[in-house]
Design a protein around this ligand. Structure first.
Ligand SMILES: CCCCCCCC/C=C\C=C\CC(=O)SCCNC(=O)CCNC(=O)[C@H](O)C(C)(C)COP(=O)(O)OP(=O)(O)OC[C@H]1O[C@@H](n2cnc3c(N)ncnc32)[C@H](O)[C@@H]1OP(=O)(O)O
Length: 720
C-alpha cells in the first residue's frame, strides 16, 4: 500500500491505495514504517510522500469509521513525519483532502501540482479534521481563512493554496522531478521553523472577535448542524491553548462528533449517493454491464417552466437543444426567459459571459415537432395529461430516428402507458426533473416493463453529465418521490384534528426541513394541488365538495379546497395558508387569523372534535407514513435499495442530509419502534391506507435475516 524506494538519495514513499489513496490502516502502517526506515538510513537525505494514480490521499478511509479502528492512528503517523531528522516533502496532486492534507501539514514542505486541490471536507461528513488539521491550518493561513475553509469544507486550488501559505510551491510537469528539484534547493536548512507544532497562530490575539463573527454566520447558515460549530471551537482552541492541549480538545470534539447521529447519517449519505448511481434491473442488466449511448443532441417539448429549465440543464452541458412549443409567443417568451436566467448565472459568477453566449448559440426554438428527426433524445415536458402525452409520443415515434430515446418528464404517469403507443417501447423512459430544473440536483429516471438496459444506462449517464444526481425508479403511480410523499396528506389531517399550519411547519423546520409543508404549498400554489385532486376525482367519476370527508373509502381533507374557493392561491395572490405583505413584495409568511377561523369552521361543519397535538405526533404522522410507503416501494421493487429513496428525499425534497433520509432516520429511531407506531396509527386511522403496515417492514422487525441485504442498509448497522 506504500511502496518504498530510494532514488538520488531521496526516499520515495508512494501511496498506492486506489481509487483515492484513502489512509486505511495499511497505508498508515506503510507511512509510519517508511518514514522510520528512511530516517534511519544514512543514504537518505530527504523523504518524499507522493500518491500513485490520480491523487494524493483524499482523506481517512471513511469505511473504517463504522468499525472499531486500529493503531497507528493518523496523528501518530503525523508526529513521526514531523519529528523525522530528514526533511519530509509532500508532493500533492489530484485532491489532497482531509487526513491527506493533514499528512501534508505534518510534512516540512508541500509542493503542489498546478491542478491539485486541497481542503478539509470533514464537515460534510459531520466531522472535523481530527489529525490536528484544525490546529495546524491556522498556523499557516491565519484564523480567518482556516475558519472559512474548515467550516465550509471548500476545496481550494493550488494557486489559492500558495496564496494562503498552505503550499510552498506550485509546479507544472513531472511532480516528482519538480519536488526533488525544490527539495535540493532547501536541503540543509533548519527543520525547526518548518514544524507547525512549534509555531504560533499569527493572529491569535484576534480569536474572540473572529470566533464570534464566524459563529453568528454558521448558526444562520447551518441551523441544527453540529459539526461546523465544533470545527470553530477547535480552531479557537488552536489560538487559545498550548499546542498539546489544543490537540487534546480537537480529539475530544472529534470523538463526540464521530459517535453522534449526525455524522453517522452524513457518512451514510456519502456512500448512499454513490450507491444510487449503481443500478440493477430485474432482468439482470446493471450499470456494470450496460453501456450508455452518447447523447449529442436533444429536444425538449413544452417551453413552460419545466421545459425551459430542462433545456437550460442540457445547453449548460454543451448539448444542443431544440425547444418545441406550439404557441409562437410562448416560445419567444421562453427563449427570452432562458436568456435572463443565464444572465442571472453570470451575475452570480456561476458562468462567464462567453459561456452564456455558447449556451444560447446551441439553443433553437421550433414551433413543430417535425424538426426532431435527427435528435438523439427527446424530453417531453407538457402538462400532466396522459392523452396529450400519448398523442405526442405517437407522433415522435413516426418522426424521430429509430435510435432516438423518447422520454417524459411526467412526475406520476405510468411509463408503460406512454410507451404503449410507440413501436419502440424499449426506447421510452421517464426523466423526472424537479422544479426549478436548472437548480434542483435530482433526476428521477423511470423505467417501464419494456425499457431497455441501454436506455436506462443512457439516461443515468446523461443525468451525471448534466450535473444531476440520478436515481432509478420502476414505473408506478408517482414513482419514488411523489408516491412516497405523505407529509402533505397527514399534515392536512393533523390540522383538522387540532394543530394549526404554522405549528406543523415549525415542527418540520425544527426537524431540519428548510421549509414547512404549508409554506411550500403557498410557494408552489394552492391551485396546483387543487387541479390534481379535481383530475383524480374526474377519473373516479366523483364530485368533490367542501364537505367531502371520504373518497372511495379513503379519508380526504377539503381544507385546501376551501382556500382555493376563497381565491387564496398562495404567495402569488398574497394569501394562502399564510398572509403575505405584497405591498412590500415580502415573501415572509405571516400567520393569518382568518385561516384559523376557516379551519375551526371547517371542523365544526364536519363535527371534528379538535384536540391538543404534540410535536412528537406531528413528526411521527408526517414521517412514519412516508417511511411505511418507502418500505412498500422497496417491497415492490420500485426502488432497488433504501439508499435510492433517501437520496431522492435529500435532493428532491431537501430532507436534511444530517438525518440521512427518511429510511435512514427510521433505522436510527429503531425499526421496531417505527413499526409499532405505524400499527398504532393504522388502528387509529383505518381509512388511510398509507397506514396499512408494510409486509417488508414487518419482516425486517420479526425475521431480519430473511430480508435480502440490498433491501436494507449496506452502509450502516441499523437498529432493529
Ligand atoms: C484512540 C482513538 C484515536 C482516534 C484518532 C482519530 C484521528 C482521526 C484522524 C483523521 C481524520 C480524518 C478525517 C478524514 O479524513 S475524513 C475523509 C475526508 N475526505 C473526504 O471526505 C473525501 C471524500 N471523497 C471525495 O470527496 C471524492 O471521493 C473525491 C476524493 C473528490 C474523488 O471524487 P471522484 O473522483 O468523483 O470519485 P468518487 O467520489 O466516486 O469516489 C471513488 C470511490 O472512492 C470511494 N471513496 C472516496 N473517498 C473515500 C474515502 N475517504 N474513504 C473511503 N472511500 C472513499 C468512493 O466511495 C467511491 O467508491 P464507491 O463508488 O465504491 O462508493
Amino acid at each position: 500500500m506504500v511502496d518504498y524506494r530510494v532514488e538520488d538519495q531521496f526516499a520515495i514513499l508512494e501511496i498506492n491505495n486506489p481509487p483515492v489513496n484513502a489512509l486505511s490502516l495499511h497505508v498508515r502502517e506503510g507511512l509510519l514504517n517508511g518514514v522510520l526506515r528512511a530516517s534511519a538510513d544514512n543514504n537518505v537525505k530527504a523523504i518524499i510522500l507522493i500518491g500513485k494514480g490520480k491523487t494524493f490521499p483524499s482523506g481517512a478511509d471513511i469505511k473504517e469509521f463504522s468499525r472499531p479502528g486500529k493503531a497507528p492512528w493518523l496523528p501518530e503517523v503525523g508526529h513521526t513525519i514531523e519529528s523525522s531528522n530528514k526533511p519530509v516533502f509532500s508532493a500533492l496532486h489530484g485532491t489532497a483532502l482531509g487526513g491527506g492534507l493533514e499528512i501534508a501539514l505534518f510534512s516540512h514542505y508541500r509542493i503542489a501540482e498546478k491542478t491539485a486541490k486541497v481542503g478539509f471536507p470533514e464537515v460534510h461528513l459531520g466531522l472535523l479534521p481530527g489529525a490536528e488539521g484544525t490546529i495546524r491550518l491556522p498556523r499557516l493561513t491565519g484564523l480567518v481563512i482556516a475558519m472559512e475553509m474548515i467550516t465550509s469544507g471548500r476545496q481550494v486550488s493550488a494557486k489559492e493554496a500558495l496564496k494562503f501559505g498552505i503550499v510552498d510551491k506550485v509546479v507544472e510537469g513531472n511532480l516528482l522531478k519538480e519536488t526533488k528539484a525544490f527539495a535540493k534547493s532547501v536541503l540543509g536548512q533548519p527543520l525547526e521553523p518548518r514544524k507547525l507544532s512549534l509555531c504560533g497562530v499569527k493572529d491569535a490575539d484576534q480569536v474572540d472577535k473572529y470566533y464570534e463573527a464566524a459563529l453568528k454566520e454558521l448558526l444562520k447558515k447551518y441551523r441544527g448542524v453540529i459539526a461546523p460549530v465544533s470545527c470553530l471551537k477547535s480552531i479557537r482552541g488552536s489560538a487559545q491553548l498550548p499546542y498539546k492541549e489544543a490537540a487534546e480538545l480537537e480529539r475530544t470534539l472529534f470523538s463526540e462528533l464521530m459517535s453522534g447521529a449526525q455524522s453517522a447519517a452524513l457518512r451514510y449519505s456519502f456512500f448512499a449517493e454513490r450507491a444510487a448511481s449503481r443500478w440493477n434491473l430485474p432482468n439482470g442488466a446493471s450499470s456494470a454491464n450496460s453501456k450508455p449511448l452518447t447523447i449529442k443532441s436533444a429536444a425538449v417539448i413544452g417551453a413552460g417552466t419545466m421545459g425551459s429549465g430542462i433545456a437550460i440543464c442540457l445547453i449548460r452541458s454543451g448539448i444542443p437543444v431544440i425547444l418545441v412549443e406550439q404557441n409562437e409567443k410562448m416560445l419567444e417568451n421562453a427563449l427570452r426567459n432562458i436568456g435572463y436566467i443565464l444572465q442571472g448565472s453570470v451575475k452570480l459568477g456561476r458562468m462567464t459571459v462567453d459561456q452564456r453566449s455558447d449556451c444560447l448559440r446551441i439553443l433553437q426554438g421550433a414551433a413543430s415537432i417535425e424538426k426532431l428527426k435527427d435528435v438523439d433524445i427527446v424530453i417531453e415536458a407538457v402538462y400532466e395529461n396522459l392523452k396529450l402525452k400519448q398523442e405526442i409520443f405517437e407522433k415522435l415515434d413516426k418522426i424521430c430516428k429509430p435510435t432516438a430515446l423518447l422520454c417524459s418528464n411526467t412526475s406520476t404517469l405510468d411509463i408503460d402507458l406512454i410507451a404503449s403507443v410507440t413501436s419502440k417501447p424499449d426506447r421510452v423512459a421517464g426523466t423526472h426533473f424537479f422544479a426549478p430544473a436548472y437548480i434542483m440536483k435530482l433526476l428521477e429516471n423511470i423505467y417501464g416493463s419494456k425499457t431497455s438496459p441501454i436506455t436506462v444506462a443512457t439516461i443515468m449517464d446523461l443525468g451525471k453529465k448534466i450535473g444531476k444526481i440520478s436515481v432509478l425508479s420502476k414505473t408506478c403511480d408517482g414513482f419514488i418521490a411523489n408516491r412516497m410523499n405523505k407529509i402533505g396528506t397527514e399534515a392536512a389531517f393533523l390540522v383538522e384534528e387540532g394543530a394549526l399550519p404554522h405549528d406543523i411547519d415549525q415542527v418540520l423546520e425544527d426537524f431540519g426541513m428548510p421549509m414547512g409543508v404549508f409554506k411550500v404549498s403557498d410557494l408552489s400554489g394552492i391551485d396546483i394541488g387543487w387541479s390534481i385532486r379535481q383530475e383524480m376525482a374526474k377519473k373516479q367519476g366523483i364530485t368533490l365538495t367542501l364537505e367531502t370527508h371520504y373518497v372511495s373509502g379513503e379519508r380526504y381533507s377539503s381544507l385546501a379546497d376551501r382556500l382555493y374557493n376563497l381565491g387564496r392561491l398562495g404567495l402569488k395572490t398574497g394569501k394562502g395558508w399564510y398572509r403575505y405583505n405584497n405591498a412590500s413584495n415580502s415573501r415572509k409568511p405571516i400567520i393569518d387569523p382568518d385561516v384559523t377561523d376557516m379551519i375551526l369552521n371547517h371542523c365544526e361543519k364536519l363535527r371534528i372534535k379538535r384536540r391538543q397535538i404534540s410535536p412528537q405526533e406531528i413528526i411521527e404522522r408526517c414521517l412514519y407514513a412516508t417511511v411505511n410507503e418507502g418500505f412498500k416501494i422497496l417491497e415492490e421493487g420500485v426502488a432497488e435499495k433504501p439508499e435510492d429513496i433517501d437520496i431522492v428525499w435529500q435532493y428532491g425534497f431537501s430532507f436534511p442530509r444530517y438525518r440521512g433520509g427518511p429510511m435512514f432516520y427510521a433505522s436510527q429511531v429503531g425499526l421496531k419502534k417505527v413499526y409499532e407506531r405505524i400499527c398504532y396509527y393504522h388502528e387509529s386511522f383505518p381509512y388511510s391506507k398509507h397506514w396499512l403496515p408494510s409486509d417488508l417492514l414487518k419482516k425486517l422487525v420479526s425475521h431480519p435475516n430473511e430480508v435480502p441485504i440490498n433491501l436494507w442498509m449496506n452502509y450502516t448497522n441499523s437498529k432493529l
